[in-house]
Design a protein around this ligand. Sequence first.
Ligand code: PEP
Length: 230
Amino acid sequence: MNKYWVVANWKLNNTYSTAEEWLRFFYDTYTPSDRISVGIAPSFTELGLVSHTVKRNADLPVQIMAQDVSRFNVGKYTGEVGAFQLLEHGVSHCIVGHSERRQYFNESNDVINEKIERLLNYDITPLIAVSEIEQVQSVCEKGFDLSRLTWAYEPISAIGTGNPADPHVVASFLKSMNHLVGEDAYILYGGSVTAETVKPYLAFEQVDGFLVGGASVKANEFIDLLHSIL
Ligand code: PEP
């Protein structure tokens, strides 16, 4: 039976105070399961809060994640947040290559590969979001140690649209990804996953978990989703 990894990508949502409420509700309400590993990727402004709260509640392990990282290491790059800064917050994984970064910030495959390299230099695991096989190939061609990478397949038509992708199509894409990234690679599915839409994906062994946007912003919706996976 799969152990599912479920990641809350808050995107540009939540403030310090709504994040406090989110975390309080989460720790009060979520019934943990051995079959689920939870990750939270807040904005940088809430990273310290998430990090402190997760560390204080160590009996319910949660992975502290980031939504992005600078392609630069350190120095004169106003507004950037570097991998070494994420490390001090206990960040274990960082999303890179999200289609919103590609679309709104013109991030190319080259930029994404630079970010992956930065993260690996600090032992932070990249969670690489892809929507096309060509994007997977571009990462694989760089010669990274594939055992240090994790992935999320997120078809553009499914992200934030309320139209989750057909689970058969997802499973077949993940199979073709496995040929490139290895059978043991962790690959999540992302795209309009909610408590109502998640069930059909659980029938496919290729799906190792879910990257969740919209349904993670409110703690009760995220917890409903987690509970519906059990
Ligand atoms: C995402 O953007 O990573 C995502 C999966 O969003 P949503 O769940 O809202 O489709």
